[in-house]
Ligand binder design. Sequence first.
Ligand code: ATP
Ligand code: MG
Length: 183
Amino acid sequence: MKRTLVIIKPHAVQRGLVGEFLTRFERMGLKIAAIQVVNEQPEFWERFYPSDEHWYENAGRKTLENCRQNDIDVQERLGTTDPAAIGRMVMRWLVDHMSSGDSIAVVLEGNEALRKVRAACGATLPNTATPGTIRFDYSTDSPTLANDEKRPVYNLIHASDPDESRNGQSAVEYDIGMFFPHR
Ligand code: ATP
Ligand code: MG
């Protein structure tokens, strides 16, 4: 619980939000334990994200549900109604975006860092995030707009998930190991 990894994503770096985000985390009392500009190939991001059937199905189902709520013809827009196929498409968009330019990987340290940082980032989708969170305060994006433009939802930041595990270790240790193998 004492450390976590965040990635300030390429579109947030492009918008010049790095300083503001770091300031927010520092104001919360967290310390920057490691920081690095990252520019990696798609293969790296495929290893970083949990590219498995379970993730595809889940992401696809969430996208289908959003389309249903907004009266969007999924077949017409995405060319399929198969959740796993849609999930694969979302992962492709995400991996392409993450490898499109510089992002910033940061290890943040402090009491309850993992929980505090997740709370500060807010819900995955900026359109459902709570005011005061980074994803609400700095974005108006939504899956409807993102799917229309065939790109991932621009939610500015990744924060390690306290409830996820990867290859027999916690997601946060896996995430940190990908950028800072000696920490
Ligand atoms: P993160 O780990 O970045 O905080 P998350 O765990 O909250 O994200 P996931 O569901 O794992 O969210 O999705 C990973 C990323 O894929 C999201 O951060 C977002 O950029 C993108 N994404 C998620 N769902 C969709 C969708 N329906 N359409 C487009 N992009 C999406
Ligand atoms: Mg996640």
